[in-house]
Design a binder for this molecule. Sequence first.
Ligand code: HEC
Length: 525
Amino acid sequence: MNKILPVIVLLLWGTVGMAQPTWAEDISCIVYSHCSSCHNSEGIGPFNLMNYQDAFNNRYAMQAAIADKSMPPWPPNQDYREFANANILSDEEITIFNEWVNAGAPEGDPTMAPEPPVITSEAGITDPDVTFTTEVYTVPGINDDLYKCFVITPDWDEDKFISEIEVYPNNRNIVHHVLMYKNLTDEPVIDDANDPELGFECGGSIEGGNNILVGEWVPGSRPWILPEGTGIKIQKGANLVMQVHYPDGSDGQQDFLTVNMKFATGTDTREVFQDQTLDHIQHLQNPPFLILPLETKTLHQKLVLEEDRTFLGVAPHAHLICTKMWSYAILPSGEQINMVEIPNWDFDWQGMYYYPEPIILPAGTELHGYARYVNNPNENPNVNNPPSWVTLGEDTEDEMMLFFYTYMFYEPGDENLVMPNGGHLEHYQGCNQITPTHHLEEVLSVSIYPNPVDGSTFRVDIGDHFDGDYMLELTDLSGRLIYSAQCTGDCMVDVPASIDNGVYLARLVQDGQSLGQAEKLVLMR
Ligand code: HEC
């Protein structure tokens, strides 16, 4: 009888015979570099990740959040377009983290671990030319998200070019984001005067055409530093408007904002523009801006550049029912240049992103923007039930579609501009380098057959993937050990008749450590 038997293939990570990862030598560095900036007693993360015990206690939740890439939060798709200082984990770091949890999350030799980071002030510009702070504000008891705008009017007697700028809240426990705009009209001052409290309530956005984004803060943000010899202009008399999102539950807490700036030196500073390059009125290709209840709609914007421009960064903006935003350019040659993609748009995690190298787009280039809106509570948890008509507007329940691009008019030599915000996120200093012995080298495949098992034995073929004794373990679907067999090399396993037919999980274990993920094995005798 010559029947072809189905086989299951166990994928093992190629770590056999190598040292297992430990907190001290491997994991502490990953956590301190990528997680602790928010997961500390003053940060917005819901629990601390500041030492071994913290990480051990939260290891399964961390493993799940790392595996589905929800943590650390980094909205742009780096494969579509690379941005500087991306807080993302490499595939290797993700694998090491998995191995560590699977190996029982060992601490290792604590003397090898770096000192935990010291969380101090948020200031990234430590020698500012000018600092502004707002008055201390106490969030009232309202049990709802609060969007509050505060106004600062620098009393400058001339226009200034700014080479570095940052804004940050002083109570990072409660603030989800800050957006800072410059406004050359007196609208914000009038709004402020009309509101009896400090500042004024300002819905989901304040992006009327008079507001130009000049800074932003979400947990983990860095100052905006412009290339040498360039600056963003803040005109004499301009108002700075800072919109702060205090989430539900911030009631009674206090906060104030700090703005730090450095002025460009030299006399012939080149102006950097940041504007609503793609906006929802002028550039919309498929109006009306209206999303009906239960409707899913993708809106499209287009702008044809009239001059050569040098692009430095981008900040996409929409509200709650948007689920995805992306933008690309089509050069006159027909070539497509990807600019940004936010695959899972999240109002709470909007940011300004900088390119590691400038992107130069010649006159005649088409710049396209897209945003997808899902106005269906079954598909989008941000939609009210029942859904209502959603149209363009400034309240959080309204929608928007903006791509704020940061750019200059092109000058020869821009190809070689050095981007001060460029580069990779630096590892927490004091970290050991990740030990190279834990490198993911290859994925090994081991087969178990037949599957389903229709007789009293099955076979495990490990090829020459690893040496030594190992255990073949069968557990039920809730992880209870049902049976284990000792093996060396390729192995024939007897299945006792006392085990019921059904679905089990099979995995290989060596020295108490699981060699990869468990796979389903079916007994059908
Ligand atoms: C930029 C700030 C920030 C960074 C960096 C960050 N977190 Fe979080 N984390 C949060 C916030 C805020 C929440 C609460 C849920 C939310 O708002 O998305 C959260 C929630 C979580 C949760 C709860 C489950 C979940 O997915 O909501 C886990 C687990 C977690 N973080 C693990 C990590 C790990 C592991 C890292 C590093 C690899 C990390 N976080 C980095 C801010 C951060």
